[in-house]
Design a protein around this ligand. Sequence first.
Ligand code: AMP
Ligand code: FES
Ligand code: ZN
Length: 332
Amino acid sequence: MKCKRCSGSAVVELRRHNAAFCKVCFPEVFTEQVRKAIRRFDMFDPSDRILVAVSGGKDSLALWDVLLTTGYDATGLYLGLGIGGYSDRSHDAAVAFAEARGAELRVVDLAERYGYDIPTAGRKGSRSTCAVCGLTKRYVFNRAAAEGGFDVIATGHNLDDEAATLLGNTLRWKTDYIARQSPALPARDGMVRKVKPLHRLSELETAAYAFLRGIDYVVEECPLVAGNTQLRYKNAMNTIEATSPGTKAQFLFGYLDRGIPLFAGDDDVALVPCGSCGQPTIGRFCAFCRARAQILGEHLGSADRAGTDDREVARSLSDEVLPAEIYGGAET
Ligand code: AMP
Ligand code: FES
Ligand code: ZN
């Protein structure tokens, strides 16, 4: 196989592009795709301070690498979730990368700062482990960015992540989630701008980039995600992709080109500061503070909640719509 660009010996084959690239050209092609995403969605410019959420995995380290290499002002943020050896190794990979690149990495330890870890949250809260983890990440990323004076938060979500999320939201016609599944969500009322510069690149492409760039990332997946719905949707997309290469990209890019306007307005909610932490929310207390209180067995403003019995609180806590509406996202 020959490299499509230079006719050298190809090391990466991209079936959906019907092309292959050598070890020198592929990282350039990858970087061009990131640039294209940044331009097309006007994600940030060189004067912006970017906070990159770095998990220690291939996607976020590849993203941080591209941003640093192309001259952006990108600080890393690692959130210690307390998932045993997996979290320790993820932390070490993020720290090693930052040291090797002379880049600044901020570390927030969930247990130290907020009093719980993810395994405990999964056992004690009313949400599934992955749901409370997703809510926690979105909250901590936004708060760290707002408090640190950053202009934008960048995450390493790739094409596979985004296509699987869109599939899940479409299967259940979660129109408010679909409306917010843009690779760039503007800043508003205490919410920092959020971008996903790798959304044009597949998991395989980011793995190839990380490998060719010599990035030492954590290969293992989180041990708590087994059976996770997102994973099942990813597998379903991969099954289709195997016989129809390009379907994943057509599904996501078609939505971004033609679908987004159809859902605009479905996520209109007014945001006010949370009565406990001051972060933006649509109710009196934000979903994070309510989840945290439940996990820690604390009460939030109980005097004001006359008439609200435990079952009602539990019901509202298990409402999975809130965090995604507010924190951008999509379920994880
Ligand atoms: P995930 O939610 O695990 O699919 O990860 C999606 C993105 O969230 C990653 O590409 C990272 O940008 C970010 N992320 C996930 N886990 C962490 C973490 N522990 N610390 C910082 N960023 C994270
Ligand atoms: Fe969140 Fe595993 S990383 S549950
Ligand atoms: Zn709050």
